[in-house]
Structures are given as C-alpha cells and as structure tokens.
Design a protein around this ligand. Structure first.
Ligand SMILES: NC(=O)c1ccc[n+]([C@@H]2O[C@H](COP(=O)([O-])OP(=O)(O)OC[C@H]3O[C@@H](n4cnc5c(N)ncnc54)[C@H](OP(=O)(O)O)[C@@H]3O)[C@@H](O)[C@H]2O)c1
Length: 358
C-alpha cells in the first residue's frame, strides 16, 4: 500500500464552503491546530475576504485550477459543499492534494471513488463519508458489524433536530431526497435520548457504500426528525407523491426556502446502527447537539490526520481506515458534552443488555 506523499507539515488547508454551516466549524477548528495555514473559500468575494479567505467556485473547473495555482502550497482541501460532479475532486487528486469530502450524494461519491487509481499514482488520499450521515453512521455500522462477526444486514437510523439552522446546501440536499420514493418500509428504532421513533427510508449515501466497503448485502438508512408531527406530515406528503415536484429546480428552491424557515424542534440529533448476523444482534447509538457543527468537527479531525501524511494513498470511505475509529471517542471527550456512545448487544430476541462506553 502506497503512503500519501505530502506530509502537509508546511502546506496549507483550503476549506471550500469554509464560512458555511459545516465549513465554519472546520475552518475554526483547523485554525487552532494549524494557525495561519487555513484558508476558507466560497463564491462570495466579500464574505471570503472578510473571513480571511479566497473567492473560489468549485463548479467552475477553470476557476478552481486558477485559485489553486494562485495559492500554490495547498496540501489538503476540505470540500464542505456538494459540487455538481467529481471534477473538483479530480483536480485535487491529480495535483497530489489530499481531499476530505463531506458530500452525501451517492452518485458523486461513486464518481470520486472511481478516481482511486489516479489518487494512488499521485500519492494523494481522499476521504469520503465524512460528517454525521454519512460519516458517524458508517463508523457505528462498522463497530456493530464487527460485534456480530460480520453482519448480514445493517439498519441505520438518523434523527435530526428540526430546530437547528441547517445550511442552505444541506436543506437542498434533504429536499432532493424527499423527492425520491422510499425503497423500504418505515421501521421503529430506539434512539439515545429520544425513545422509540418511526423512521423512514431516506437516500443517505451510506446504505449504498457499506455493501461494498463492509460486504454487507442488506443495508438501509432511515430518517426521522425530533418533531413527531413534522416527521409524520413530511413523510405522508412523500408517500402521496406530493414532494416529487422538488425534482424541478424552481420548486426545489421554493421548498428549500420554506423548510429553512421551519424551526419547531431543538438542535439535538441521534444516530443508531443495528447489525444482524443470524440470531446475533448488536446496536451502537450516539447522540449530540448541532449536527452541522459535529459534521465540521469530524471533517476537521480527518483533515488533521491527512496533514500527518501517514494515511494510505487512494480513495477511502471513513470506515475503511481503522486509524480513524478513535474519532468516536475523541468526539465524546471533545467538550461536545452531550455526545454519548452506547452499545447494546444480544443474542436471539431476548431483552437488550446495555453498556455505556463513553
Ligand atoms: N456528511 C454529513 O453528515 C453532512 C452534514 C451536513 C452537511 N453535509 C453536506 O455539506 C455541504 C454543506 O452543508 P452546509 O450545511 O454547510 O451548507 P451551507 O451552510 O449552505 O454552506 C455551503 C457553503 O459552500 C459555499 N458554496 C456553495 N457553492 C459553492 C461553490 N460552487 N464553490 C465554492 N463554494 C460554494 C457557500 O458559500 P457561497 O454561496 O458564498 O459560495 C457556503 O459557504 C452540503 O453538501 C451538505 O449536503 C454533509
């Protein structure tokens, strides 16, 4: 296995979307570890300059190349935005620049994964599935998978706080997901801090990558919100096909604006991964506050590891590198005080045992 070439000890870190909801945490956290070497970027020149960064548009490949040429010494790029395709990732990797990608869209992540040979040849590392979901869901899934000695099925459940001020890009992604029909029925799951909730299949990318990375044939991810009435209403609208209009750009913009104004709940979130192998069952759960901030902390942690220059070259999802497993404990001890990690495991259908880990 080739180890990434650029140690990054002297290079800088470009955080694209670095003043957005996720990116602002990435920028500020990395700045405490690498003072003066973190450059936030975005399309708004005034905001970019105000935050001490650069204007950059990753959907315009010529512009992106020019910005990188101008900066000259970028060792790691953190993409806190979802570009339209894998073009920006290709530009990073062919230059031997490491990449952290918080994106959650399956098709684009698959396209970035296809750049593996390019990354290996350039001695660069790309880390995908970085954030809460995908991200922490993938890490919990791997722990649950290991606990049953190889899961045959994985059930992932994500609860998001409808009171959190999610970024425009994240809300747009959710609206796009609501336009897709469910591929599996709803299920009930006990979520740490929230009791038992009904959650609905949702197109998170983790359920598409985990069958390849862990070899689990059957993976489904479901979503609910902290507000039960809002969850019920939203998924009833989806069942009735009324949210398919969000496939049209105008309707998508309108719904994104509308959803950004709804703040009925809190900012707490929870995720849970259930693994089954015959009559063996293990479940790991985690809860915290402010998923945008936690997604940013996850991305910052991964970027710091990349700056160390010891991760293998190539394109990897977060659960494929065991060295990143410590991230779960790091989050628990980081001062995001309400984060906790639980483990339940049983054999057969008997009552769950419960052991608190952090
Ligand atoms: N994996 C996870 O768990 C997870 C969790 C949350 C979010 N996300 C993903 O993270 C991304 C950001 O979410 P967010 O909530 O932080 O959204 P946000 O607050 O809207 O931030 C997006 C940022 O990117 C900038 N931007 C947008 N398009 C750009 C482009 N073409 N080139 C350069 N900069 C651009 C925006 O600034 P300008 O408009 O000024 O350019 C803004 O600063 C989304 O793709 C979302 O799906 C993933």
């Amino acid at each position: 296995m080739t180890t990434a070439k650029i140690g990054g000890s002297t290079g800088r870190i470009l955080v694209v979307g670095g003043y957005g909801s996720v990116g602002a945490t990435v920028t500020s956290t990395l700045d405490t570890w690498f003072p003066g070497r973190v450059i936030p970027g975005g399309r708004d020149e005034a905001r970019a300059r105000q935050s001490g960064g650069v204007r950059v548009d990753v959907s315009d490949t010529d512009d992106f190349r020019e910005v990188l040429d101008g900066l000259g010494d970028v060792a790691v790029i953190v993409l806190c935005v979802e570009p339209p395709d894998a073009g920006a990732a290709r530009i990073c990797l062919e230059r031997g620049i490491h990449l952290v990608d918080v994106g959650a869209t399956r098709r684009r992540l698959d396209a970035v994964a296809e750049l593996n040979d390019l990354a290996v040849d350039a001695g660069a590392t790309a880390l995908l599935s970085v954030g809460v979901a995908p991200g922490l869901t993938n890490l919990l899934a791997r722990r649950a998978h290991d606990a049953v000695d190889g899961a045959r099925s994985l059930r992932l459940t994500v609860l998001l706080g409808s009171g959190e001020r999610h970024g425009v890009d994240a809300v747009r992604w959710t609206v796009e997901g609501l336009a897709e029909p469910a591929t599996a029925p709803p299920e009930r799951a006990a979520l740490p801090g929230f009791g038992t909730r009904t959650a609905h299949q949702f197109p998170f990318s983790d359920q598409h990558t985990l069958p390849h990375t862990l070899g689990v044939p059957d993976v489904t991810t479901r979503l609910c919100l902290d507000s039960r009435p809002l969850t019920g209403m939203l998924f009833a609208l989806r069942r009735a096909g009324l949210l398919r209009v969000a496939r049209r750009p105008g309707a998508r913009r309108m719904l994104t604006g509308l959803f950004r104004r709804i703040h009925t709940g809190g900012d707490a979130f929870a995720v849970r991964a259930d693994a089954r192998n015959g009559d063996r069952h293990a479940a790991y759960g985690l809860s915290g506050r402010a998923q945008s901030r936690v997604s940013g902390l996850v991305a910052a942690y991964v970027a710091r590891e990349l700056m160390g220059g010891t991760l293998p070259a190539g394109v990897h999802h977060i659960e494929q590198l065991p060295v990143l497993d410590g991230l779960l404990e790091w989050l628990g001890s980081h001062g995001v005080a309400t984060l906790r990690l639980d483990r339940r495991a049983d054999s057969g259908s008997g009552a769950h045992g419960h052991r608190k880990e952090t």
